[in-house]
Ligand binder design. Structure first.
Ligand code: AHN
Ligand code: ZN
Length: 342
């Protein structure tokens, strides 16, 4: 009697349980379909970007003095960039070149190229200019002194050195090739933008590299240039040339920044079109490339307040801004390595 009852009882339990599984199964299927259709993909895990270390890389460059082409600090800083990349296990190629500026100065310049995973087929190109402007023409008082260029130069380079260090620290390397180019002679351009000269004398290093790539058939999946990426409270509007030439890359970078909490820096708004090192890379080397550059939605003051003045110093550099940009780059690299772009 007891046995029969037990049998009957367990059959009822089986019935209830299978009904529950059936309902649960249907529900969970619905839920997974909803996830793949509506929500963003799972966030790829990426290593921490160390903003204090990046800040020290910016400071180190500034301490050499203004890195004006043909000067001693320029030579010493270039050597430092090369030895630092090598120290982190990156393969380095130096690309020396001569060029003549709008004011007739003959420059002995060099682009510095570092490669991570040099054999990988899928590659991301990251760039920043490492030279300092020879005059502070936007300064209200002292216009003939070089720019110290903490933000307009050293900030982008500092972030990329920290990216290089971060990748070198990883026990298991991300499955992607990364090339860093430090472009020289970006900032020896004219004050007036009226000249016929290509890019008004700006971007000499990137023009040279785009026409003479360090590896003749070199290409990259896409590129990102950094310029003026260290000021406190920086705003990165979607730069006009980037949107026009590489809209998908803009979308991915801004979406990634927003996803990891940096939409107060990466503003979902279109900015003006800037002539910068990404333009020759797009137009001559035919690599889709964007510019992350601090601009304001204000016609009187396009760039950060100390732009091309003697006040572009470490005082205005904020590790929080370096973190927002650096962590976004690391996240983009790891997403691309996993093949899950946002
Ligand atoms: C123009 O002013 C047209 N382009 C800015 C390029 C630049 C100067 N980037 C840094 N310094
Ligand atoms: Zn500049």
């Amino acid at each position: 009697m007891q046995y029969i009852f037990k049998g009957l009882y367990s059959k009822q339990i089986y019935f209830v349980l299978s009904l529950a599984f059936l309902i649960y199964g249907c529900n969970s299927k619905d839920r997974s379909e909803q996830t793949s259709e509506q929500a963003a993909p799972k966030l790829v895990k990426s290593p921490e970007f160390n903003a204090d270390s990046a800040f020290n890389f910016v400071k180190k460059q500034v301490e050499f003095g203004p890195r004006v082409p043909n000067s001693a600090p320029h030579k010493v800083c270039g050597d430092y960039l090369i030895s630092t990349l090598k120290k982190y296990g990156w393969q380095v190629i130096e690309q020396p070149f001569k060029d003549t500026t709008f004011d007739g100065t003959i420059l002995n310049a060099r682009n510095i190229i570092g490669s991570f995973n040099p054999a990988a087929a899928k590659r991301i190109l990251l760039t920043a200019h490492w030279d300092s402007r020879p005059f502070s023409d936007q300064d209200s008082l002292v216009k003939n002194k070089p720019v110290i260029a903490a933000n307009d130069g050293a900030s982008g380079v500092g972030i990329l050195l920290e990216v290089a260090r971060t990748l070198s620290l990883q026990a298991s390397k991300p499955d992607i090739g990364v090339d860093i180019i430090f472009f020289d002679a970006e900032d020896w351009g004219t004050t007036e933008q009226t000249t016929e000269m290509l890019h008004s004398g700006f971007c000499l290093g990137s023009q040279y590299w785009a026409a003479n790539k360090h590896i003749p058939n070199y290409t990259a999946y896409f590129g990102i240039n950094l310029d003026m990426v260290g000021a406190k409270g920086a705003t990165f509007l979607k730069e006009g040339n980037s949107v026009q030439m590489a809209e998908d890359v803009v979308r991915e970078v801004w979406a990634t920044a927003s996803r990891i909490g940096y939409n107060n820096y990466f503003i979902d708004e279109r900015g003006g079109a800037i002539t910068d090192d990404h333009v020759p890379v797009n137009q001559i080397a035919r690599i889709p490339m964007i510019d992350i550059i601090h601009t304001k939605n204000n016609l009187t003051h396009t760039f950060f307040d100390q732009w091309h003045t003697t006040d572009d110093t470490m005082e205005h550099i904020d590790p929080k801004t370096l973190k927002a940009v650096g962590q976004t780059l690391i996240q983009v690299l790891y997403q691309e390595a996993e093949g899950v772009a946002l």
